[in-house]
Each structure stands twice: as structure tokens, then as C-alpha cells.
Design a protein around this ligand. Structure first.
Ligand code: ADP
Ligand code: MG
Length: 596
């Protein structure tokens, strides 16, 4: 840190210079008093500012940008209500443990006593401290750079999470007496694992009859794909990705057991758990989904996560995934797993499940079902995409949409599939899609070198999930982002509505001009079936299609692909509760064919 005479005239400029020193290229947020000056000062320094319509979506976007780039995404909001809305992204980032976020929020002047009732006054530090890794109001305007540096560093060092800096209006508008210059935060040191533990895990794997590697989104975040691929190719151990661990190794890898998920979990005797927690997504590592005697060796950057639940405490390794896998690879250099019975059991189960899925995907349906719709979208997109599946990035949310699409849209690259995640947060989709567009195609911070072909961002949305962030279609239009959104419109939450949905007569309503009365759907899951998401999209500056059959769907995918100047929304009128047997796999109750 060096001290220089101030070329910086305001607190707002001091903040902007600090962010630029950290090499921040883009900020997601919404301005208002007093942070508008901060955003303008950032823009003047060449930092992009993406203005959203709701802080909730902006905070989701910033955190996803952090996941995709490995450095904290930055979100700038106003105080009070702005902070409350952004708390959605704060909670989501902390829950996902791989979505680093730096939140900056304006606040009332420091001279305002706590009960004065100043403009948008809120004690944001007290509110956020228990929900972040670090929350601070710097002691003075001059302390801003140091506070921003600390919050940024703490957001991604150790287990990723949230750093928060409160920006009082008088700091933003004040004149700094001195300017502290900060440096870019370096890469966090890659912590290797304790060699004795690594040996113990290597021995356990060698002794296993039915070994399994479970790959979580921590491995994707750690960019451990190269070494993990070498490890698995050499050791020949079957692997199972979690929903966002998909793509760390390509889905079509011969050792991928996704299509035999239940059999893999129930059969494994030694499991190497790489960057995933034993939470609901993995059924807590408990029977009946897992075998009672399974030994689980967990690798995690967070020591607090280890020795928890059913993991074997003697096999826990604290360390960075890429480093620990490299160590394991060395220790197991002369080993590879040979078991025909285990691999036969897995491939038999996979073949059965794949056959069921293939029938569902290939049988023409009317009305459109989820399986058939996704199969058609996938094949059409892959035929249009110059790089095939490699250039498609998927965002997916909504219970059924996410569950069913997960196994259909296979991915071959890491960090090319985002979903509702650990918190099962509905409403993240449009923010995530915008973040992906920026990280892959605009700043290119998600990719090592500028690619020749742009990645196309595809958002698969349930109608309920989409509703949470619908106005962000306008954000996409304003920045001319060619995101393609598919809405699975089944008229509501989960199964939506069906012919059996009870109604009440709207007695309090006199009827329309002809005196006709309309019944009102009497269920908590129903949403407007007739909602014109395609019409809304057009009204918000994008393009829209409403499709009810296979031909119309394929045609819409083609036209949406050709629309490069803004978002496209395809409103798919899908079979509601009556049309398809629904799987609630996302709550872990799926039977047989479900796969994560
Ligand atoms: P999933 O949703 O795929 O099951 P989780 O979110 O449950 O994954 O787990 C991700 C885990 O990855 C977290 O426990 C987090 O601490 C860990 N993690 C994040 N970065 C690293 C890293 N570089 N090395 C090791 N573990 C990491
Ligand atoms: Mg729905």
C-alpha cells in the first residue's frame, strides 16, 4: 500500500479508483441517491455498470459472475430497501459456498443518529454481519480503499462468500484528505492436503470394491477440471457429478454414472467427495440412498465443513481440490480400478434408465411435455451452434424444468450449467444469464483467452421461476444480449393447473360486459396460464413466440437463434399436471429414472 497526494477529488472517485486497482471490470446494480456518483465515477474509469430493474436479480448476477470468473462479482445498490432486496443474493451466495460477492451499498450520512429517520436509513452492517463473511463501515472516508480491499479479499479467500462495505453519503460526496492506493488481490494460495491423510485416502480407494468420485461445484469453482480428468482417466474410478459439478468432466465420459445415479450412490463402498457437501442434494450421505457402511473421504477448502455427518473423519482432507487431487494422482500412479461387477452393475442400471429417457424424449407429444420439449430444443440448438454443445451455456430453474432438463441437456465443459443451487433459489435465472453473457462474451473473464466463437446463453425457466425476475428482460434488451429464454408454461408452481383444479365462483365480481362470470382457480399452485410471456418480451424490447406444438417449437428455436440483437422468449405451452407424470426429484424423492 502506498500513499500519494490526491488526484482523486471525491469519495465516489476514491471508490472507483479502488475498484479499478482491484481489476474490477464490471459492476451489477441499481443506482439512486447516494450511489449514482459511484457508478458514474466507475464508468468514467472504464468499468462497466450493468443497471438492473431489481437489486435481487443484480445481486444474483454479481455472485454468479464470481462463480464463473473465480474472483468476486461486484454489486452496487442504495441503502435501506436496496440492501434488503440485495440480501437475496447475499443469502444465495453464502449458501452456495462458491459464489463470491462484494456488495457495496450507500447509506445515510454518518452524522445522522440511529433514530433520526434519515433517507433510507438502515443499520446495514448490523443486519448483514451475521449473513456475510465480513461487513464493515470504514472508520473514515480515507479508510474506504482498505475496507474495499479487505471485503473483496475475504469474499473469495477461504470458502467463497460475501464481503460488504457500507458507503455513507458523506463519504461518497466528501473530499478525501489522502488517497491510499490498493493493489490487486493475488490468487489465493492453493493449499495442499496433509500427506498422511492423502495416503490414507489413497489406501482406502485401493482397497475399495465399489469406489466412486462425487464431483461438486467446488471442483468447478476451483478450476480443477484438468487434474481431475487426468486422475479419473488414470485411476478409472466411476464418477458422479452434482447438478453444477456437471461438465467438470464431460457428461459423455465413459466413467460418468449420472444415468445410474441411484445405483452408484447406493452401491459405492468408498466415495471421494470433491467440492460437494453432504446436504440435501446428496441426501446427507445417509441410508437408504447411500449404503450404511460407506466410507466417505471429503476434500474441502473449508475445514469447518469436514468431519461432518457421515463423512469418515480419518479420511477428511483440508485443502484446495486441484492440489489435493494432484497429490492423490501421484500416490495412485500405479493403480487403476478393475472391477467388472461394479461397472457392470452401473452400466446395466444406466442402460435401463437411458432407455426410459430415450422413449420419453423421442415420442411425439401433444400437448408438449417437458421431456419432448427439451429434447427438441437441445437437438435444434446443437445443430445451429457452430461449436455444437461446447458453445452453449445453460441456466435452469423451476422445480420440474430444472429436474427434467438436467439429464437431457448434457454439457461437455465446466461452469456451463448454472441452476437454482444449494438454496433451491427460484428467481436467479435471468440474473445468472446476464452474468454468464458478460463473463463469457463481454469481459471474457470466464475464459482464459478470448474465444473466436461466442457462447450462446440459454435460460430454461419454469413459468413461476421466471416471474421473480421478469423485468430483467428489459435489462437484456437494453444491453442487446442475445439470451434465449424458454418458459415452460404449465400454468403454475410444480404441476401448475389441471382439469381437476377446483375453482370458486367469483361472487364479488359482477362479470364482464356480457355479464359473464369467470371462475377463479382455487389452488395455491396456479398461475395465469394465459400469461403472454412472449408478448411481455416484445413489450420489453425483445422478441417472443408462443408455441403449442413441435413444429412451432422448432421453428421458434431457429428464429430465436437468428435474433442476435436482444433477448428471445419462447413461451412453451406445456402439458400441465394432466399431461405428464411429474417427478419431484429435486426434493430427493425421485424414483428410478431420475438423475441429478
Ligand atoms: P454441490 O452443490 O455441487 O453439491 P456444494 O455447494 O455442496 O456443492 O459444495 C461446494 C464445496 O466446495 C463447499 O463446501 C466449498 O467449501 C468447497 N470449495 C470451494 N472452493 C474450493 C476449493 N478451491 N477447493 C476445495 N473446496 C472448495
Ligand atoms: Mg410451472
Amino acid at each position: 500500500m502506498s500513499h500519494q497526494s490526491p488526484p482523486v477529488e471525491t469519495g465516489a472517485q476514491l471508490i472507483a479508483h479502488s475498484l479499478r486497482s482491484l481489476d474490477v471490470r464490471i459492476i451489477f446494480g441499481i443506482v439512486g441517491i447516494p450511489v449514482i456518483e459511484v457508478a458514474e465515477a466507475c464508468l468514467a474509469l472504464g468499468i462497466k455498470f450493468v443497471s438492473f430493474r431489481n437489486e435481487q436479480a443484480a445481486s444474483y448476477a454479481a455472485s454468479a459472475y464470481g462463480y464463473l470468473t473465480g474472483r468476486p462479482g461486484v454489486c452496487l445498490v442504495v441503502g435501506g430497501p436496496g440492501v434488503l432486496h440485495a440480501m437475496a443474493g447475499v443469502g444465495n451466495s453464502m449458501a452456495n459456498a462458491t459464489y463470491p460477492l462484494l456488495l457495496l451499498a450507500g447509506s445515510a450520512e454518518t452524522s445522522a443518529g440511529p433514530t433520526k429517520g434519515a433517507f433510507q436509513q438502515l443499520d446495514a452492517v448490523s443486519l448483514l454481519a451475521p449473513h456475510t463473511k465480513f461487513a464493515v463501515r470504514p472508520p473514515s472516508l480515507e479508510g474506504l480503499p482498505q475496507a474495499i480491499w479487505d471485503a473483496y479479499r475475504l469474499a473469495f479467500y477461504g470458502r467463497p462468500g460475501v464481503g460488504f462495505v457500507d458507503l455513507p453519503a458523506d463519504y461518497i460526496q466528501g473530499v478525501p484528505r489522502e488517497v491510499v492506493r490498493i493493489q490487486r488481490v493475488g490468487e489465493q494460495p492453493r493449499v495442499p492436503g496433509d500427506e498422511r491423510r492423502v495416503t490414507a485416502v489413497a489406501e482406502a480407494l485401493k482397497g475399495a470394491e465399489r469406489p466412486l468420485v462425487v464431483i461438486g461445484k467446488g471442483a468447478a469453482y476451483a478450476r480443477a477440471e484438468g487434474v481431475l480428468r487426468e486422475f479419473i482417466d488414470a485411476a478409472k474410478i466411476p464418477f458422479l457429478p452434482t447438478p453444477q459439478g456437471k461438465g467438470v468432466l464431460p457428461d459423455d465420459h465413459p466413467l460418468n454414472t449420472s444415468s445410474a445415479r441411484s445405483a452408484a450412490l447406493a452401491g459405492a463402498d468408498v466415495v471421494l467427495l470433491v467440492g460437494a457437501r453432504l446436504n440435501w442434494i446428496l441426501h446427507f450421505g445417509e441410508p437408504p440412498k447411500w449404503s450404511a457402511g460407506v466410507r466417505i473421504a471429503q476434500i474441502d477448502i473449508s475445514p469447518e465443513e469436514l468431519d461432518h455427518g457421515t463423512a469418515d473423519p480419518t479420511l477428511s482432507i483440508h485443502g484446495d481440490i486441484a492440489s489435493v487431487i494432484a497429490q492423490l494422482k501421484t500416490q495412485l500412479s500405479n493403480y487403476h480400478h478393475v472391477s467388472s461387477s461394479w461397472s457392470n452393475a452401473l452400466s446395466t442400471s444406466a442402460a435401463k434408465n437411458l432407455a426410459i429417457a430415450r422413449v420419453k424424449a423421442s415420442t411425439p407429444t401433444n400437448p408438449l411435455t417437458y421431456h419432448r420439449t427439451f429434447a427438441l430444443i437441445k437437438s435444434t440448438l446443437e445443430s445451429l451452434s457452430p461449436g455444437g454443445a461446447e458453445n452453449l451455456v445453460y441456466v435452469s430453474e423451476g422445480a420440474n424444468t430444472m429436474d427434467i432438463s438436467r439429464s437431457i441437456f448434457t454439457v461437455s465443459q465446466p461452469r456451463q450449467r448454472l441452476d437454482a443451487g444449494t438454496y433451491a433459489t427460484m428467481g436467479v435465472g435471468l440474473g445468472y444469464a446476464i452474468a454468464a453473457e458478460m463473463a463469457y462474451n463481454y469481459t471474457h473473464e470466464a475464459v482464459p483467452s478470448t474465444p473466436s466463437i461466442r457462447k450462446r446463453i440459454i435460460s430454461l425457466e419454469g413459468d413461476s421461476a421466471l416471474g421473480f425476475s421478469l423485468p430483467e428482460i428489459e435489462t437484456m434488451s437494453r444491453y442487446r444480449l442475445p439470451i434465449i429464454i424458454f418458459v415452460m408454461n404449465n400454468g403454475g408452481v410444480y404441476h401448475g393447473i389441471s382439469d381437476n383444479t377446483p375453482t370458486w365462483g367469483a361472487d364479488w365480481w359482477d362479470g364482464d360486459k356480457e355479464g359473464k362470470r369467470r371462475d377463479v382457480l382455487l389452488t395455491s399452485t396456479a398461475l395465469g396460464f394465459e400469461t403472454g410471456y412472449d408478448v411481455v418480451a416484445r413489450g420489453l424490447g425483445g422478441r417472443g413466440w408462443r408455441v403449442v406444438d413441435e413444429e412451432g417449437l422448432v421453428e421458434a428455436v431457429r428464429e430465436a437463434w437468428d435474433h442476435r440483437d436482444g433477448p428471445s422468449v419462447v413461451n412453451v405451452i406445456a402439458a400441465s399436471g394432466v399431461g405428464e407424470k411429474l417427478e419431484f426429484g429435486w426434493l430427493g424423492k425421485e424414483k428410478g429414472g431420475g438423475s441429478k
